[in-house]
Design a protein around this ligand. Structure first.
Ligand code: GLN
Length: 211
């Protein structure tokens, strides 16, 4: 297989930074703005930004349900910050009516780190990376209240800040805003590893949706 093709949800938020990080580790990228853009992807990134706006814009262009279906069918997905809220089973302190897609078994409190410390940097040790810690950039991050069946792979102050659930890798911090590409490398590896079975599932599930 050649370079993995990773889609980056481009409704709003920090998508350009993910594109740069992914290309720096050798992936090809595609901005995802319509359901058609999901076709033949090996992986998908849900960036940081504003979860309510992102969800509303996806609904408006008819992308929300196809995206939910693609991730549910096994499309490897990297979510950062607002992206984590978009995927969550439960959103506490969301905007009126805000609900997660229910694909990631965690409960998150939106802007849960509070006003005083809404943005901060802290070193984060991620399981499986035994080298130096990651520079964890937290910007109005969601606070993980409970992590259900998702595997916690990093904590900060006793709270989960990175979880993995099968093909989903979810980070409350922003690796795309630092020069540390190890998590993007790991995600591209995940995407390559699951690509063959995914292409089949993807074609079956989306024949009616993607023209
Ligand atoms: N607070 C934002 C939200 O609710 C997330 C912030 C971020 O992505 N940096 O979506």
């Amino acid at each position: 297989m050649g370079a993995a093709l990773i889609g980056v949800l481009a409704m709003q938020g920090a998508f350009a930074e993910h594109v740069r990080a992914l290309e720096a580790v050798g992936a090809r990228t595609r901005l995802v703005k319509t359901p058609e853009d999901l076709r033949d992807l090996d992986g998908l990134v849900l960036p940081g930004g504003e979860s309510t706006t992102m969800t509303m814009l996806m609904e408006r262009v008819g992308l929300l349900e196809p995206l939910r279906g693609a991730i549910a069918a096994g499309l490897p997905t990297l979510a950062t910050c607002a992206g984590v809220i978009v995927l969550a089973r439960e959103v506490i302190d969301g905007m009126a009516g805000q609900r997660g897609l229910g694909l990631l078994d965690i409960s998150v409190r939106r802007n849960g780190y509070g006003r005083q410390v809404e943005s901060f940097e802290a070193p984060v040790d991620v399981a499986g990376f035994n080298g130096k810690p990651f520079p964890g950039v937290f910007i109005r991050s969601p606070l993980v209240e409970s992590s259900g069946s998702a595997e916690v792979i990093a904590t900060h102050d006793g709270r989960a800040v990175a979880v993995r659930q099968g093909h989903i890798l979810a980070l409350c911090f922003h690796p795309e805003l630092t020069g540390d590409r190890r998590l993007h490398e790991e995600f591209v590896r995940m995407a390559k590893a699951s690509a063959p079975h995914l292409k089949v599932a993807h074609r079956q599930d989306y024949s009616g949706v993607v023209h």
